[in-house]
Design a protein. Structure first.
Length: 175
């Protein structure tokens, strides 16, 4: 199959729990398809070189730079964007922690940090503060100085662990 600029292919993605079909050129990035074809503009594009992390989404549960991935590479994958975190009138616990700890200023990098942290906490719910600091250092923020971002992620992790313990203790008490 030749790959000319006008060659389009139909791809199927599971985006935020919904199966979506998109006719796109092979050379288009996942970030472009999410933003321009699926109107999921929470995925921001900053450097377009994978350095800043503003475009971070979860692909099959793992943080991925959407500006470095062709949309066709995500064919058949599960993709979660920042829009998947909460409902229209509410924040999820991680977003609330960012708000509570003033972990955003201009907000441009925030969706990427949220998705990076969401994927990281799913993999490492018991992460230490140093591990959180090391992880968030992979994304760039020009406003906050990172301290408040680390505070927010650590607070969310602590609250999630406490909620899990409470659920487990409740299940044990019932049994």
């Amino acid at each position: 199959m030749t790959d000319s600029p006008d060659h389009a292919q139909l791809i199927t993605l599971d985006v935020n729990g919904e199966t979506r079909e998109v006719l796109t050129e092979s050379r288009r990035t996942l970030a472009d398809v999410l933003r321009h074809d699926l109107d999921l503009t929470g995925t921001h594009v900053g450097c377009e070189h994978g350095i800043c992390g503003a475009c971070t989404v979860l692909v099959d549960g793992a943080p991925a730079r959407a500006c470095l991935m062709f949309a066709a590479q995500a064919e058949g994958s599960t993709v979660h964007t920042v829009e998947s975190l909460a409902g229209i009138d509410e924040l999820n616990d991680l977003q609330q922690a960012f708000t509570d700890h003033h972990a955003l200023q201009c907000g441009f990098c925030t969706p990427g940090f949220l998705m990076l942290a969401e994927g990281f906490l799913a993999e490492r719910p018991d992460a230490s503060r140093e591990e959180i600091r090391e992880t968030v250092a992979s994304n760039l923020c020009r406003c906050t100085g990172y301290q408040t971002i680390v505070d927010a992620v650590e607070d969310c992790a602590t609250r999630r662990r406490a909620a899990l313990r409470a659920r487990l203790d409740g299940d044990t008490a019932v049994a």
